[in-house]
Design a protein. Structure first.
Length: 428
């Protein structure tokens, strides 16, 4: 009960501050906001950040996390600056942030999660209209196909951040660990009432724009590790960037869901109102146009636990990979257990897939000696201070998950409930 009380308290706090800061922002826009002429131009609209007001993690990549004051317009070339990076897509605008000079936000030793680094280090907000960006990408990037981009799909809590740290150690890539902006895709599709499929040109163009704006330099190699919620758009990545290198990371079901619960403090409980809130939030965005999955949840839902809903989301994310991998053999799947049990061979195969020389295997393996999520609320120390997994991950809970997995086409077996039939799993 106390856990859910804390959730509701956080949500009330969030709503209060959202209203308060929203009112302040409205007044600033009325007094200092851009003119109609400015908003109708093909220029960048710029705001200076007066205050970072991020009060929780529900909106990790929104310009509403700041109180901003309009300062004027700049040429579109502003988004090419080294200290400017794509942040989100909101309404009719692509939103960029300008970072403090000298801040190495791509150093995963310092900043395990890029969206957090951008939010904390941002000095300025820059907005550009969608149609201007569409023309810009076509003109500047032309027929670029993403052959300098590697992309790690993952359902979360599976060792993907550790693998990202290993890749960072090689110094062969600019690392974008959870850039945040890809979380904008499904909410934007919901807003536009778009069909989420590979036939939707507008949606493919949105994903293509995001990938190329995140990875603008043709001579630089990029490695993107996504939020788990971005698994929903896995089928759109290849059409948006045909030459991209994709891979998938996963872990046995039991340790994955236990890690989720330890990391985010989700407990079993009896406060169905809180569950309903999160359920509605997911149904409106992550579950958009997924009637078959929604039916499985509705037929098997546990009405009084956020933990069950999170469990279902995890299995959904796994199923998105399976759906794509049925017809594609070019997305190798790596298991966390193989990284633990075959460190050197795992690293060698991973780097070979990324076209990185074998001489850098020992360098990459050095990442195994540190906490890849240090300097974040998901560090081993922070999670160790809020252990709740053992009380939640009961046999009943896991058997429920096993049933859901089967309905989603996955076979789960063994003490750790290992996934048995994940396509393209690399063999060690």
């Amino acid at each position: 009960y106390n856990e859910y009380k804390s959730y509701l308290s956080e949500m009330l706090k969030f709503m209060f501050y959202k209203f308060l800061y929203g009112t302040i922002q409205f007044l600033l826009n009325v007094i200092f906001g851009p003119s109609r002429k400015a908003t109708e131009s093909n220029k960048c609209l710029t705001w200076r950040i007066l205050k970072n007001i991020s009060v929780n993690e529900f909106m990790p990549n929104s310009s509403t996390n700041f109180i901003i004051q309009y300062t004027g317009t700049e040429d579109i070339s502003w988004i090419e600056r080294d200290d400017v990076s794509l942040y989100s897509v909101e309404g009719d605008y692509y939103v960029f942030v300008r970072i403090s000079p000298g801040d190495d936000i791509y150093n995963t030793d310092l900043h395990p999660f890029l969206y957090m680094a951008k939010s904390k280090r941002a000095l300025q907000i820059i907005k550009v209209k969608k149609d201007v960006i569409n023309d810009y990408v076509e003109t500047v990037f032309g027929g670029r196909k993403g052959d300098n981009i590697s992309y790690l799909h993952n359902p979360g809590r599976c060792g993907s951040t550790l693998v990202t740290s290993m890749v960072f150690k090689t110094q062969q890539f600019r690392i974008l660990s959870e850039p945040g902006v890809l979380l904008s895709v499904i909410p934007h599709a919901v807003q536009q009432a778009w069909d989420v499929n590979i036939e939707n040109h507008d949606l493919i163009q949105l994903v293509r724009n995001i990938l190329l704006l995140l990875c603008p330099h043709e001579g630089t190699r990029y490695f993107i590790k996504i939020h788990s919620e971005v698994m929903r758009i896995i089928s759109l990545i290849k059409p948006a960037a045909p030459a991209i290198t994709e891979m998938f990371m996963y872990r046995a079901m039991k340790p994955t869901i236990r890690s989720f619960i330890n990391a985010f403090g989700v407990e079993l409980g009896e406060v169905s109102a809180a569950v309903k809130f999160f359920e509605n939030m997911l149904m409106n965005e992550s579950y958009y146009q997924l009637e078959d999955r929604i039916k499985i949840w509705e037929e098997n839902r546990h009405p009084n636990s956020i933990a069950y809903l999170k469990f279902f989301s995890l299995l959904m994310d796994m199923s998105f990979y399976k759906d794509v991998a049925k017809t594609r053999s070019d997305i190798p799947a790596y298991r966390y257990e193989d990284l633990v049990n075959h460190k050197e061979e795992f690293t060698r195969k991973l780097l070979a897939n990324l076209k990185v020389g074998e001489e850098l295997v020992p360098v990459a393996m050095a990442a195994l000696e540190k906490d890849s999520q240090a300097n974040s609320r998901l560090s081993k120390k922070s999670i160790g201070d809020r252990q709740s997994g053992p009380s939640v991950v009961t046999e009943e809970f896991l058997e429920w998950g096993k049933t859901i997995a089967a309905k989603l086409g996955m076979i789960v077996d063994g003490d750790d409930y290992q996934f048995q039939n994940i396509e393209n799993t690399v063999v060690f």
